[in-house]
Design a protein around this ligand. Structure first.
Ligand SMILES: Nc1ncnc2c1ncn2[C@@H]1O[C@H](COP(=O)(O)OP(=O)(O)OP(=O)(O)O)[C@@H](O)[C@H]1O
Length: 745
């Protein structure tokens, strides 16, 4: 219990303490004013010490209030921070009242603010003996580097600071009036198709020699008449025997390039003046085979020793056989040895045909002058037949070049080119010179003779660069322009010969190759008919029976489809011949035969022979024989399944209308629900600038109706439970579910 005296003493002591405190504060402020050049009564801040003295009379509560004022001032920017957090206002407003203490409190780092916040907690409240918080908090602050680095919002740097801080979190939003205008999104103009096609186009292709298909050179038996494209009397005589009296456009253009009038350039070896390579694009059936067979036979006929000097690579066995026959026909009586390897015979048999069984010779020991092969079998011999060498090659022919270069076949092209190239030095890891076998001199090609030296890598200033004498000749009706593929060929100063209509100028003529606008023989008539997929067999039978298509090649999309279609056709023909009360038709049944990769090579050969002999009326085939095959009497080509790209179309329809003869191509396009196939075909020929050349053929249901009873009867034979009395339309509907659908697969 406290007595009144004790309370009075305590109050006195308290007052003394407060007075002393006031004095200390007064002195401090006076010192601060002096240092800033102002009196203690000056206008620094709004905190008037005099007023404070008067109000301080309030004792302890004022001290608390004073601190509370700091708290309030300290809490203001926090409020503003929250404000800014909502994105309103760009600058901080200086603390109201401008109290120096409040200003300083703004400069407090957050930690200190928190601490002062915790001071508000009444539990650890300051006792009378503890130093007043305002004193403790003020003294070090002004000189504190921390407070200096974080000025309060009322300092001049405050707005900048506030922006800086905000920049870290969000982009300042300028007033709407000053917003930059972004351009409206737009699609850049697509470059023209021709522009794209010309990108990276081989420079030599851009300078291609354009040749009109109608160009020809009549041949005379007089070797010196000057019009014979450098052909010898023997060659002319042979051509006459074969009934060839003129050279076609591609031959007229190519022979002067391959058979130069300068006889030295016809040498078998040209290591110091190697010949330029030649690429040829000419329509199907334009005589490309003869264009390379004639000069090869002419040049190789001068040879004394048999070496492998001409290599012709083709994509299929059938083409190998066909080209070999052409070589044999032209080279007859010239003493050249011609062979072909396709894998049809055993490997050892082929080896015995190709090379002598002598000790291994670096120059090889060939038994043949000209080899015609498929790339796969060529690789087998290159890697597995001793004495098989390509160093004497004078000609490397790649026929159907776009097709062959699209297939890798163990990287056959790179391996063949490497085998023709003379090595500069011993390969790394090869036997040292003193251990390396010294090659048999007689077998080496001139470009490889440096291998005879004890040090083949030795090179003097007198040594000229020796190159392979191999001349690369590329042929196709759809020659590729892909720069990547052309680079892989390592062409030497190539010349391009392009046979196509001269209505086009040089640039568009060349771009035609890049844009797959290939030339098609002018003697070809093209037709397209759009029909329901279920009616396709009927449409084909209509073409055969009503329009009279025979001597035809019918292309389907797969080997399986060929078999199904042939079976269906056989049923149809049998039912027709026995229909109408068993009265046999006057017309003999058409003979249709499947030709596909499922058959053995000997079966295929025999079928082709029968077709050539016209014992087979129609050959149903896959794309196996869509390229290169030359069968003179083919008058019609039917695309039973429409080709998916223009290259395929060009080669398929090119099996007819060859060598100036006329022919017809018929394409059956399925009319599906979404019309995809019809549209695709239309777009394809349109993109190739060929739409005008294809006429549309409309076949009505009335035209198909007479054929339906044949289906009817045959179907009953095959499906005994089926009612033969049903109406033809119903019979046709049933057939859809059986054979027709099968034929479409
Ligand atoms: N000068 C010519 N006179 C008469 N017939 C020729 C002449 N040149 C080639 N032929 C014949 O033309 C036909 C087509 O020749 P070839 O097979 O060489 O054509 P192609 O251009 O290679 O066709 P594809 O691109 O389809 O392979 C052959 O039957 C061939 O005998």
């Amino acid at each position: 219990m406290t007595t009144p005296t004790a309370t009075a003493v305590k109050t006195k002591a308290r007052r003394r303490y407060l007075k002393a405190k006031k004095e200390r504060r007064k002195h401090r402020r006076a010192a601060a004013a002096r240092s800033s050049g102002l009196t203690a009564d000056g206008a620094v801040g709004h905190h008037d010490p005099g007023k404070l003295t008067e109000s301080d009379e309030g004792g302890d509560e004022h001290v608390v209030d004073s601190d509370a004022g700091h708290e309030e001032a300290a809490s203001r920017p926090q409020k503003k921070k929250r404000h800014r957090g909502k994105g309103k206002g760009d600058t901080l407003i200086p603390a109201e009242g401008g109290d120096e203490d409040a200003t300083v409190s703004h400069r407090r780092p957050r930690k200190r603010q928190k601490k002062s916040g915790s001071d508000r907690d009444p539990s650890p409240g300051p006792g009378p003996s503890s130093p007043p918080r305002s004193v403790v908090s003020l003294a070090p602050r002004s000189s504190s580097p921390v407070s200096g680095s974080a000025p309060g919002p009322d300092s001049p740097a405050a707005p900048i600071l506030s922006l800086d801080r905000r920049d870290r979190t969000r982009t300042p939003t300028p007033p709407p009036s000053s917003l930059p205008r972004f351009p409206l999104p737009s699609r850049p103009c697509a470059p023209e198709e021709s522009e794209l096609a010309s990108q990276g186009l081989d420079r030599a292709l851009a300078r291609a020699q354009l040749v009109h298909p109608a160009l020809s050179t009549p041949l005379s038996l007089d070797e010196n008449s000057g019009d014979n494209a450098g052909l010898s009397a023997r060659a002319l005589g042979r051509l006459k025997d074969l009934g060839i009296v003129e050279l076609f456009a591609v031959q007229t253009a190519l022979l002067p390039l391959l058979l130069p009038s300068d006889r030295r350039k016809r040498s078998l070896y040209l290591p110091y003046d190697p010949p330029s390579d030649v690429c040829v694009s000419a329509p199907t059936g334009s005589g490309k085979t003869l264009a390379y067979v004639l000069p090869i036979v002419e040049i190789l006929s001068s040879r004394a020793v048999t070496r492998l000097r001409a290599l012709v690579v083709l994509p299929t066995r059938d083409l190998v056989i066909q080209v070999r026959e052409t070589f044999e026909a032209i080279a007859k009586g010239r003493g050249l040895k011609i062979a072909s390897v396709t894998g049809q015979h055993s490997f050892s048999h082929e080896q015995s045909q190709l090379v002598e069984k002598t000790p291994s010779l670096q120059g090889g020991s060939s038994k043949v002058d000209i080899l015609i092969c498929t790339p796969g079998r060529l690789m087998d011999h290159l890697n597995g037949t001793p004495n098989f060498s390509l160093q004497h090659l004078r000609f490397l022919v790649i026929d159907e070049a776009d097709r062959l270069l699209a297939q890798s076949f163990q990287d056959w092209l790179a391996q063949v080119l490497a085998a023709t190239r003379p090595p500069n030095r011993l390969e790394k890891g090869a036997a040292p010179e003193d251990e390396a076998p010294i090659p048999f001199p007689d077998a080496l090609s001139p470009a490889f003779l440096h291998l005879l030296s004890q040090n083949p890598s030795e090179h003097t200033d007198l040594d000229e660069k020796r190159e392979s004498s191999c001349q690369k000749l590329l042929f196709s009706a759809t020659l590729m322009s892909d720069p990547g593929r052309i680079v892989a060929l390592e062409l030497r100063d190539p010349s391009y010969v392009v046979v196509q209509s001269s209505s086009e100028d040089q640039r568009s003529g060349v771009l035609g190759i890049a844009m797959e606008k290939f030339s098609i023989p002018s003697t070809l008539r093209e037709h397209v008919t759009v029909c329901d997929s279920s009616q396709k067999p009927l449409v084909l039978f209509h073409l055969v029976r009503s329009i009279g298509i025979t001597n035809a090649l019918v292309f389907t999309k797969s080997a399986e489809s060929t078999l199904r279609l042939v079976r269906l056709f056989e049923f149809f023909e049998t039912s027709r011949s026995t229909s109408q009360g068993g009265v046999t038709q006057h017309r003999k049944p058409m003979v249709m035969q499947a030709y596909s990769s499922d058959l053995s090579p000997s079966e295929r050969k025999s079928i082709l022979e029968k077709f050539r002999a016209q014992e087979i009326d129609m050959l149903v085939c896959s794309d196996l024989i869509s390229r290169g095959i030359d069968i003179k009497h083919v008058a019609h080509v039917v695309n039973y399944d429409a080709p998916v790209d223009m290259r395929k179309y060009v080669h398929r329809v090119g099996r007819t209308a060859r060598a100036g003869r006329t022919g017809d191509a018929w394409t059956l396009v399925e009319e599906q629900e979404d019309d995809i196939q019809a549209r695709h075909f239309k777009n394809m020929i349109k993109a190739a600038d060929h739409a005008a050349a294809v006429s549309k053929l409309r076949i009505t249901e009335q035209q198909l109706a007479p054929l339906i009873p044949s289906y009817h009867v045959r179907n009953s034979d095959l499906c005994p439970n089926f009612h033969v009395d049903r109406k033809p339309q119903e019979a046709l509907a049933k057939l859809k579910d059986t054979y027709i659908r099968a034929a479409r697969q």
